[in-house]
Every structure is written in structure tokens, then in C-alpha cells.
Ligand binder design. Structure first.
Ligand code: ADP
Ligand code: MG
Length: 568
């Protein structure tokens, strides 16, 4: 016989295990949610692969999840007849963390329990959460399509909360799929109860599409306890949540479903569930998370919605279903029209998908408008987490530019604080008599913006100016030429035209001064030579002697600096 092979965990896994046990213990029930969620994913994957390879079903196409417990051996077992794992799969998936950005993630952990618990939640606790309640975990698995003796037994024991190694060995498994056997830690015996497990399953896993089966129990008078019967029953609703009528779905159902699809550990901030009819028929269930995921800015991470076609899971992270700037949205789209064998390549080309993407974008922006209007505090929270991403939409989504512009929040000279709370609508409401334009200044930091010499004349006249200090602001506002019929202009560009705000007397004075200082201006122009385009006398300054401005149609100075820094 082949010996069990010992293998070491990736360093990050050890760290994660240790942290998880300590920081998530107060939430120990999530282990069941995670393992059932994996079982359900495994069934989805099999169903999808079997679309064009029916033999993978091995004449057993009823996908199921089973949860069982055994008081004598103190174990809980979660089984599925999904896709299963080969030996290589088990080593790759249960011994390492393959997610991109893992290193960065670990560098953010602080040692503070609550804070780390939140971070770990965002990262997705997954399979390893088994170790919150178990000190030994045995996985018996066989991949669909492989021979019975190509199964694997994976096992890991922990002493205290340290796990250094796990073993893998060959195993013969007649039924494809995976059994996860949890050997409970001391003190976890209350989980060895049908009542307890059912209540956890109903709380966290009611929405799982596959039936979750448990053995029925019968009261035994003689022994004065419940005895397991041979009959099984389904303990969850076992239908796709999004196909149910909205009235039949509770907020808790929506939240549990969100956690299942997003791997988030917190509740979502908001959601929208709608069935769209018409030329294309589809259901959308879209969520806005409370917190930005750790990999929001990681270029290699895929983002997007889960795609289903007539309730069959097709793919994760279908990035074509939403524009890139809405990559923080989680959720599902279930199309009634796309072909079941749709691939990423087909999605790229599909007109149906364009329609769906348009519909989803509108829904998300509508949901945000509703938050901004009716749940202001939540919107502030949203803006703090995702505002920078939303700004990308100005350049990316022309059709919805006005909606996006309405959702933007800025710092401005009105409060002179870095807090971004001013909307363009607020700004317009405060515009001075005779003011026709929306003014902004961009700089490398809030302080630089606030103290910009370009603001002097505006401060003197009491005109509000938006203070933009984000790296992407200058790029983003270059797409925002107007809002609500008002031109949006930089205070640092071109000849400052204050329109009706300028009084005639002042204009006269400037032209007189220009005349008077003509020789000086010519001198300065001559000595600066090619370095400047033009030297002018201005009324835009009150305290500073001089400032640089760029021509109306030229690149802003900040953007020029950015491009230079990027080596362009
Ligand atoms: P995630 O579910 O976010 O991918 P997990 O830690 O929960 O992360 O699981 C890690 C991986 O282990 C899964 O992606 C999958 O490949 C594999 N896996 C876990 N449980 C099962 C299972 N029951 N059947 C098949 N594969 C599984
Ligand atoms: Mg998982």
C-alpha cells in the first residue's frame, strides 16, 4: 500500500488558520455556511461541466448535499456529490491560498481581533473555517469522471491551534464528490444535535439551490432521546432565491444569499432585486457591499456578476455584465435568452449581454441615487469606500455620465475641510447671483488645493470652488465639461472669465494696468523665452505676485505631472 504523504502548508495558510480560530470564534457557526457553500459550488461546477459531458453524472444526476453527525465519534460530516477533487486539486486548493493579493492582505492584519475579523471576513474564510470547531479535518474526495480508486484522503490535525502539515493518500471512493469530516474540539459537543445543526442551516444556508438532506429523528421513549431514523428530509428551501416572489423573501434571506455569493462576512449595504421583461428577459439581484474588498485595485483580479441561464450556473465573475467602474457590485444575473453553452468569448460579442449590462448599470446607479436621497449616512459610507471607483465612470460610461456626476461628492471652499460631502446640486444651489459656471481646482493634496493662489479672487468674491486632490480627479473631470447646463471649469486654465461676476470697473482697471505694465511684461516674456507661452497681467490674484496657468485647451498641470511621473 502507498504511504500517506506529509506536506507542509503555505506560510499564509498557517497564519490564516491561527488568526481565524482566535478572531472568529465568537462566530463559530459560519463553518457550516462555508462548507455547505463549497458543496453547493461543487455541485454547480459539475452541472456546468456536464452540459457537454453528460457521462460525468455517472448515472446519478440528482445533486445533493448531506449533513450528518455522530455522537459516538464526535464528528460532523458534510457530503456532496458534486465535482470532487483530484489529488492535485486537493493539494492546490486545500494547502495554499491561491487568491491574488494574499501577501498584501496579510501585511494589513493588525493583531486587533475585531479589525482582523473584519478583514478576514472580506478575504473569504472558506474551507479553513472548519478549524474553528474541529481540531482534525478529514477530506475524502474523488473527482467526477475519474475511477473509484483515484480518490484522495486529505487529513490535517492541529495541536492546540497550530497546524504545520497535512497528509494526502490514495483512497477508493465509490460515489464521486466530497465528504468533509470534522472531528470536533473539546467543548463543541452542543453541535452534535440535529436541532442545532438544522437551525444553523436554516439561518445561513436556506437559499442554497441543492437540497440539504439530514436524517429524520424520532423520539424514543425508552432511551428518552431522539433516535436517528433511516429516512432523510430536506432542511432548506432548496430553490433559487432570485426566482422566488419578492414578498416571500425576508431581509435575512437576502443577506444570507449575499454572504454566500460574495464570501463577505458583513451584511450588504443595499440591494436591488428585479425581473426584467421585454426583448430580453432576465432576473437581476445586485448588491452593494459595505466595504471595499482588499483587491479592489488589483488589476489581475476578476470582478463581476455570477451568470446563470435558466437557473443553471454558467460562470463566476462574468465581467461583461457590468462596466469596470461598477466592479464593486456583487450579485447574479439569470438570463432566459442566452444559450446554455455560452462562453466568455460569446459574451464578449453578444448584443443580449450589452442590453443586460445597460440594465444592470441603470439599476445600480438608481440604487445609489436612492441611497444618496434617502439614506444619507449610508451614502457617505458608500462614497468613502467606493467614490474613487465611481469617478472612473465619467470616462467609461458616457450614457450615464449625468447620473454619475450627480452622485459625485467633493470637498470645496464652502466647508474648507477635506471631507467630501458637496454634490454638484448643492454647489449649484449656492451659486452667486450672476455666476454661470462651476469652478474647481486640482492639486496633489487637499492642502495644496485649499491654499492654491488660483483661489484668491474667488475667495475675495465669495465664490465656492471645488477642491480636487485625488489622483484620478483631473482625468475624471476632463470628461465632465458640464452639469445641469452649467460649464464645469478649472480656475487654473485660460484667461479667467468670471462673466457677469466681474464688474466693469475692475475690467477697466485691468486693461489700464496691462497698458501700464506692458514694458515689464515684455521684459519678463523675453527673459523666460520658450519656457512660457504668454505673460499676462491678471486680476485673479490678490496676495500672490504671480501664478502659472495653462491654456484653455491644454492638459492640466497636475495631469501633466502625473504623465511625466509615469514616464510619458
Ligand atoms: P473559495 O470557495 O472561495 O474558492 P474555499 O477556501 O472555501 O475558497 O475553498 C477552496 C477551494 O477548495 C475551492 O475553490 C474548491 O476548489 C475546493 N473545494 C472546497 N470544498 C470543496 C468541495 N466540497 N468539493 C470540491 N472542491 C472543493
Ligand atoms: Mg468557499
Amino acid at each position: 500500500t502507498v504511504q500517506a504523504e506529509k506536506r507542509g502548508f503555505q506560510a499564509e495558510v498557517k497564519q490564516l488558520l491561527h488568526l481565524m480560530i482566535h478572531s472568529l470564534y465568537s462566530n463559530r457557526e459560519i463553518f457550516l455556511r462555508e462548507l455547505v457553500s463549497n458543496a453547493s459550488d461543487a455541485c454547480d461546477k459539475l452541472r456546468f461541466e456536464a452540459l457537454d459531458k453528460a457521462e460525468l453524472f455517472e448515472s446519478d444526476s440528482e445533486l445533493k448535499i448531506r449533513v450528518a453527525f455522530d455522537k459516538a465519534s464526535r464528528t460532523i460530516t458534510i457530503s456532496d456529490n458534486g465535482i470532487g477533487m483530484s489529488r492535485d486539486d486537493a493539494i492546490a486548493h486545500l494547502g495554499t491560498i491561491a487568491k491574488s493579493g494574499t501577501k498584501e492582505f496579510f501585511s494589513k492584519l493588525s493583531g486587533d481581533k475585531q479589525q482582523d475579523a473584519n478583514l478576514i471576513g472580506q478575504f473569504g474564510v472558506g474551507f479553513y473555517s472548519a478549524f474553528i470547531v474541529a481540531d482534525k479535518v478529514t477530506v475524502l474526495t474523488r473527482r467526477a469522471g475519474l475511477a473509484a480508486d483515484a480518490g484522495v484522503k486529505w487529513e490535517c490535525s492541529m495541536a492546540g491551534d497550530e497546524a504545520g502539515e497535512y497528509t494526502v493518500e490514495p483512497y477508493t471512493k465509490a460515489i464521486r464528490g466530497t465528504d468533509i469530516i470534522l472531528h470536533l474540539r473539546d467543548g463543541e459537543d452542543d453541535l452534535l444535535s440535529g436541532w442545532k445543526l438544522r437551525s444553523i442551516l436554516r439561518k445561513y444556508s436556506d437559499h442554497i439551490i441543492q437540497p440539504i438532506l439530514m436524517r429524520k429523528e424520532e423520539w424514543n421513549q425508552e432511551k428518552a432521546e431522539n433516535i436517528l431514523s433511516d429516512e432523510e428530509e430536506t432542511v432548506n428551501q432548496a430553490n433559487a432565491l432570485w426566482t422566488r416572489a419578492k414578498n416571500d423573501i425576508s431581509d435575512d434571506d437576502y443577506k444570507a444569499f449575499y454572504k454566500h455569493i460574495s464570501h463577505d462576512y458583513e451584511d450588504p449595504l443595499a440591494w436591488s432585486h428585479a425581473r426584467v421583461e421585454g426583448r430580453h428577459e432576465y432576473t437581476q439581484l445586485l448588491y452593494i457591499p459595505k466595504r471595499a474588498p482588499f483587491d479592489l485595485w488589483d488589476r489581475n483580479t476578476q470582478h463581476g456578476l455570477k451568470l446563470y441561464v435558466r437557473r443553471v450556473f454558467i460562470m463566476d465573475e462574468a465581467e461583461k455584465l457590468l462596466p469596470h467602474y461598477l466592479r464593486f457590485v456583487r450579485g447574479i444575473v439569470d438570463s432566459a435568452d442566452l444559450p446554455l453553452n455560452v462562453s466568455r468569448e460569446i459574451l464578449q460579442e453578444s448584443k443580449d449581454v450589452d442590453t443586460i449590462r445597460g440594465g444592470c448599470s441603470k439599476k445600480v446607479l438608481g440604487l445609489l441615487e436612492d441611497l444618496a436621497e434617502n439614506r444619507k449616512e449610508d451614502y457617505t459610507e458608500f462614497w468613502g469606500q467606493f467614490g474613487r471607483v465611481l469617478k472612473e465612470g465619467l470616462g467609461e460610461d458616457h450614457a450615464n455620465k449625468d447620473k454619475i456626476a450627480g452622485l459625485l461628492r467633493f470637498a470645496s471652499t464652502h466647508l474648507d475641510s477635506p471631507e467630501e460631502s458637496v454634490s454638484l446640486k448643492d454647489y449649484i444651489g449656492r451659486m452667486k447671483e450672476g455666476q454661470e459656471k462651476i469652478y474647481y481646482v486640482t492639486a496633489e493634496s487637499f492642502n495644496a488645493a485649499k491654499n492654491s493662489p488660483h483661489l484668491e479672487v474667488f475667495r475675495k468674491k465669495g465664490i465656492e470652488v471645488l477642491l480636487l486632490a485625488d489622483r484620478i480627479d483631473e482625468w475624471a473631470v476632463s470628461y465632465l465639461t458640464e452639469f445641469d447646463g452649467k460649464e464645469v471649469v478649472s480656475v487654473a486654465k485660460g484667461g479667467l472669465d468670471l462673466g457677469k461676476l466681474e464688474d466693469e470697473e475692475e475690467k477697466k482697471k485691468v486693461s489700464e494696468l496691462a497698458e501700464e505694465f506692458k514694458p515689464l511684461v515684455e521684459k519678463i516674456q523675453a527673459s523666460l523665452g520658450d519656457k512660457v507661452k504668454e505673460v499676462r497681467v491678471t486680476n485673479r490674484l490678490t496676495d500672490s505676485p504671480a501664478c502659472l496657468v495653462v491654456d484653455e485647451h491644454d492638459m492640466g498641470a497636475n495631469l501633466a505631472r502625473m504623465l511625466k511621473a509615469a514616464g510619458q
